[in-house]
Design a protein around this ligand. Sequence first.
Ligand SMILES: [Mn+2]
Length: 416
Amino acid sequence: MGSAQKDEFERLSDGLQQRGIGIDEVLRAIKSQHIETPSWGYGDSGTRFKVFGAPGAARNVYEKLDDAAFIHSLTGVAPSVALHIPWDKTDDWDGLAVYAAQRGLSIGAINPNLFQDDIYKFGSLCHTDAEIRGQAVQHCLECVEIMDKTGSRDLSLWLADGTNYAGQDDIRARKRNLEAALTEIVAAMPGDRRLLIEYKFFEPAFYHTDLADWGMAANLARKLGPQAKVLVDTGHHAPGTNVEHIVAFLVDEGLLGGFHFNSRKYADDDLIVGTTNPFELFLIYNELVAAEQDSEPEVAACVRDVAYMIDQSHNVEPKLEAMLQSVLNCQSAYAKALIVDREALARRRSEHDVLGAYRVLTDAFDTDVRPLLAQARIELGLAPDPMAAFSDSPYPAQVAAERGMARGGGGGYPGA
Ligand SMILES: [Mn+2]
């Protein structure tokens, strides 16, 4: 490592140690962080209006895995890839799992698609027609089989179900339909597999959404049993919602299953996590780190099992650079949460030192953690600055030349 870098790390490390923060533990945690990237972020995707093609965008699931392996090679913390069915469908799942393993990757969450087929015009698992519900359940069961073949742990479910007008449908009947359908799906899942239930307050339905918020998702998860957990997509909340409060609540109840990270300023923007709201991302990680250290074993166990996934669609920004930036933003937020002086925080809280407690958090948030992250990467045998390594790498230009512009490619997005 360069001597300037070494000096910076030592200066930061000394300062943190003076505050009683164990630098080795922090480095160990940074090195074992895990961020899952989504296959759909590598293909042409993004927005409900125009999907702009990008040179080099992955055209099929194999190219998506190649791109994910490239991001993992730069960061060391992104070794799994979420798939979307049918966008990533292949007739050789065993072969795909081997292809992933050869690149140091594993298959992450399997995401069923219950919104793009004509039969889903009025809903999927909540639909009033039992035959359509049955087809939606069958699709989820097919995804459970894919999980089995690829070694995936989580079925990650998001529903577009809802209505656009008051009176359009029977809200309670739809609720019961959903519960019955999910009961059938969970019953078909082996005990070590999980169902992650994602909620979203509106869109594409604009009057009522069948799974509108974390409370509905948590209620369902409770009824479905220990394999069902709640997935928090950071973009799926109304402006002003205190997302870190929701995270703290769910983890304390043992109900937090995973995240879909992205950045929201207005609605479900699906932009790069931590860009408009880095403090919010830090506060989310702060709750998770605090829970990791909880004396209640169930809380600590819950947070250990959380799946950290990115759910973004890059439309105008270069896709590989965008995915790299996303992982780096998660690393930065986590590192800052790890260096919160928790003893000082507990002391300030017990003294009702309102602003003192706040400043314990901002002290960590305002700390430049880049020397710490560089040190962790060096210890992982990686380049200390992944963005510089990205710029130096021939890979982006290579795939742009080889793949060219995808047309009707593997993104799966309408218009792609
Ligand atoms: Mn999502």
